[in-house]
Design a protein around this ligand. Structure first.
Ligand code: URA
Length: 445
């Protein structure tokens, strides 16, 4: 008896990999099959590694990149919303002192949007929004899709981890890319980021693609290529998307470290001490998002609405509701200085010279925070939320010998001493002031 034709397997991992290796575009349906196989386990680790390497070496072209993104999006649950306002979100490619998400989610909510912000943990030398938020005692980020739905209806915004049901093909492939030197492919990065965002059922997405010494993309040209791929792919998948290319040649906030960045956020949210870069980037990204969602006539109108939400305290109110809904202290907005952990050792790093800050190795600052215990060297490491750097001086600033360039917050004196040594190599002091780069370098629509 012959097998019915339709029950023969339509695809086979080896054949898909062979096509990719030869630079032959994948057949229609092949990437869907592969993504399902990643999620179900039918595709082995070796096959997934070879698949990633073939894409890294040969690329997928626009059509293949979109097909892979959709395939990974469809490998798990799709969130669907029926809410009386647009569902919007922001994604940053990662940097140092980048705590914009914590300001932007409640500010967008205060302007009428719904924000199911599925965020990540620290990656390499960059900090992660979930790690920062979890420095707030009691706060949970692992909520089920049902809990997310309830929270969004009540508080309009949530910042949470991706559940296992969202884009499971990405979860598996990402872990394999991490150990097969296949992370830095525009196609794989695009499919990875967007599969999770598209599965969250967004109507509009704004992307912050960072470039400079503290970003994965070191040059503006590289950032532009990634931004173009992300925007074209997201729009091809039906999600209105705008990207800003932004500077990361110095830390965004003047602090780097989990609780220390929450302090910078709370100072800005409550008006106690506004960080101008945080404020400006939150307004610019939020303005784009509100324009995409039809809550502002254009990006400038949107930015003005975000600034109003920050100034009036409305964003702080939404932030407080979100924190309480996720298990944090109900009085956090009023009592945050008492609620956040503080490191036992605090020591200033003095400028060795007279002059101007001409360059900052921002990646090195991120690595100092990781080694202080504010990030992970191994997947299983526990984060110390209290450690990091604060009072960071920025590019172009005039400095005198002995003037603090940064304050180290450490768990032990030995760790603080090691950080002081590394800080000496991270700052370049010259005789004349270099021009400070603009915060926003470009926009891709
Ligand atoms: N963030 C992701 O989610 N995936 C990548 O590949 C890179 C950054």
């Amino acid at each position: 008896m012959s097998m019915p034709a339709e029950s023969a397997p339509a695809f086979e991992a080896r054949a898909i990999i062979a096509d990719l290796r030869a630079g032959v575009p994948p057949k229609p349906g092949a990437l869907d099959w592969f993504a399902r196989g990643l999620a179900s386990g039918e595709v082995s680790d070796a096959q997934a590694g070879a698949f990633a390497m073939a894409i890294c070496l040969n690329g997928l072209a626009d059509t293949g990149r979109l097909a892979l993104t959709r395939a990974m999006q469809n490998s798990g649950m799709q969130l669907e919303w029926d809410l009386p306002g647009p569902v919007l979100d922001k994604h940053s490619t990662g940097g140092i002192g980048d705590c914009v998400s914590l300001l932007l989610a409640p500010a967008l909510a205060a302007c009428g949007a719904y924000v199911p912000m599925i965020s990540g943990r620290g990656l390499g030398f960059t900090g992660g929004t979930l790690d920062k938020l979890e420095s707030i005692p009691g706060l949970r980020t692992d909520v089920t899709p049902g809990q997310l739905r309830d929270q969004l209806a009540r508080t309009r915004c949530a910042i949470i981890a991706a559940s296992k049901q969202i884009a499971p093909a990405d979860r598996r492939l990402y872990a394999i890319r991490d150990v097969t030197s296949t992370v830095d492919s525009i196609d794989l990065i695009t499919a990875s980021i967007l599969s999770k965002k598209l599965a969250a059922g967004l109507e509009g997405l704004v992307l912050d693609v960072k470039c400079g010494s503290g970003a994965f993309m070191k040059t503006e040209a590289e950032a532009r290529v990634l931004a173009q791929a992300l925007v074209a792919t997201a729009q091809g998948a039906g999600c209105m998307t705008t990207a800003l290319i932004t500077d990361m040649s110095q830390p965004l906030a003047n602090a780097a470290g989990n609780a220390l960045e929450v302090i910078a956020v709370m100072e800005t949210l409550t008006g106690m001490s506004v960080d101008p870069s945080l404020w400006d980037l939150t307004a610019a990204l939020g303005g784009e998002a509100l324009a995409l969602g039809g809550l502002a006539s254009d990006a400038a109108d949107g930015a003005a609405r975000i600034e109003q939400a920050l100034e009036s305290g409305a964003a702080a109110e939404y932030f407080g509701r979100m924190i309480a809904a996720q298990g944090g202290p109900a009085d956090f907005v009023d009592r945050w200085p008492d609620r956040l952990p503080a490191a036992p050792v605090m020591i200033d790093f003095p400028s060795p010279l007279n002059g101007f800050i001409t360059a900052i190795d921002t990646e090195a600052l991120g690595n100092i925070v990781v080694h202080l215990g504010g990030g992970r060297l191994r997947e299983t490491d526990r984060i110390n939320p209290s450690v990091g750097l604060s009072d960071l001086v920025g590019l172009g600033q005039a400095v005198e010998p002995g003037q603090p360039l940064a304050r180290v917050h450490a768990a032990t004196q030995a760790q603080a001493d090691a950080a002081l040594k590394q800080l000496a190599a991270a700052y370049t002091i010259g005789e004349s002031a270099a021009e400070e780069p603009p915060l926003i370098l470009g926009k891709i629509t």
